[in-house]
Design a protein. Structure first.
Length: 83
């Protein structure tokens, strides 16, 4: 993928817009996107499991082709934690 960095084994688009959700909101949106057969750049998953900064994350593209990241932290205090 052009313009991507490897993060926890995944190619994350360098240019993207992100939003932080609660874990329950993240799961609800992930289910809706999966039911709508959205094309994921990165499928819903847990990143940095068991480490500071553990998070749920997924990437999709909006209708204009922009990369969107949805994430939720196991502990909101870890938003800026180094992994």
């Amino acid at each position: 993928m052009e313009g991507a960095n490897i993060v926890d084994g995944e190619q994350v688009p360098v240019r993207h817009f992100g939003v932080i959700l609660t874990p329950s909101n993240f799961r609800e949106i992930a289910q809706k996107l999966q039911a709508a057969r959205a094309q994921f750049i990165i499928e819903p998953q847990t990143r940095f499991q068991g480490l500071p900064g553990e998070q749920l994350t997924m990437f999709v593209r909006d209708p204009s082709g922009n990369a969107l990241e949805f994430k939720a932290f196991a502990d909101d205090r870890m938003v800026f934690a180094k992994t």
